[in-house]
Design a protein around this ligand. Structure first.
Ligand SMILES: [Zn+2]
Length: 311
């Protein structure tokens, strides 16, 4: 019998069932307000250093994959993200161990390599019950821990709130101005343009974050991820928020050169999931409504959630 397949139920490439509906360590969650939770000692806190991503015209891709706007780069990227793990780690150690360490535990660090970043509107995580208009996720892989030889993941989440003054966020501008509106298409960041990824984070002294063990927020919803959600929101203008929600918006698509019967209008946000999947260029689409792309908050099931105060 074919495995049950819904938006949140299915199997991965190796036949292993997704854990979206069954896992007890799912993301996102409603994070507690920072006053009430226990702390990560300063010496064990994650540190982020992201140099600028500089385009040569064909090395930085801004992708509309039908679910989100995602930025990927070809070739090495000299970012440095250091995650604390117990000293002399063995097979038994996990990338999430830092959540359970106390300040007397001997520690070392492992490097996390950023793979891509993407956005959600509205935010997936809530902080003290509050939803933000936009959340940025920077996805990293860790391999230099014995248990992570085939890759463990850690994600950094950054919240954005709307400015009242209306100024654009200059660091989001090269991304949003080049984000394709058509699902399944990609634009290269123009040559000479730069993405100042480090400036999409708050200043180092304001990088307070909440950390917990969670999951991918899209299938297969794999668990064992170390999450960091920065509690200082960054700014986005209303115009930029609309730009993003346009790109992930509801499209009205018409077959370009079809007969009368396939001239009917199709309303669907995910062009990729429809008959246009293999030939998006055969369809002409216009945005008819702004969209959203977030997973609802999941149960915490007693997980430890901690605060790291940067200063
Ligand atoms: Zn995400």
């Amino acid at each position: 019998m074919a495995p049950r397949q819904t938006r949140w139920e299915g199997v991965d490439g190796t036949g292993k069932p997704w854990v979206c509906m069954t896992g007890k360590k799912q993301s996102p969650i409603n994070l507690p307000t920072t006053k009430t939770i226990s702390r990560i000692p300063r010496a064990h806190q994650t540190r982020w250093s992201y140099p600028n991503l500089v385009s040569n015209g064909s090395n930085i891709e801004i992708i509309n994959n039908g679910h989100t706007i995602q930025v990927e780069w070809l070739g090495a990227y000299n970012a440095e993200v250091d995650i604390t793990v117990p000293a002399n780690p063995t097979d038994a150690n996990r990338i999430t161990d830092v959540i359970n360490m106390t300040y007397t535990d001997k520690a070392t660090t492992v490097k996390a390599t950023p793979l891509q970043f993407h956005f959600h509107a509205t935010s997936e995580h809530l902080i003290g019950g509050k939803i933000y208009p936009l959340e940025l996720h920077i996805v990293h892989r860790v391999t230099d821990l014995p248990a992570c030889a085939s890759g463990c993941f850690t994600v950094t989440g950054i919240m954005f709130e709307l400015t009242t003054a209306g100024d654009d966020n200059a660091f989001l501008k090269p991304i949003l101005d080049n984000a394709p509106v058509r699902e399944g298409t990609m634009n290269y960041l123009p040559a000479g343009d730069e993405i100042e990824l480090g400036n999409l984070l708050p200043a180092p002294t304001e990088r307070d974050y909440i950390t917990y063990e969670g999951s991918l927020t899209t299938p297969p919803c794999s668990e064992g991820l170390l999450w960091h959600v920065l509690t200082t929101p960054q700014k986005i203008s209303l115009n930029q928020w609309r730009q993003y929600r346009n790109a992930v918006g509801m499209k009205d698509c018409v077959a370009k050169n079809g007969t009368t019967e396939n001239h009917e209008h199709k309303h669907h946000r995910h062009l990729l999931a429809a008959e246009a999947e293999t030939h998006p260029e055969d369809w002409s689409c216009k945005v008819v409504a702004h969209g959203t792309n977030f997973r609802n908050v999941q149960k915490v099931y007693g997980r430890k959630v901690k605060l790291a105060q940067a200063a």
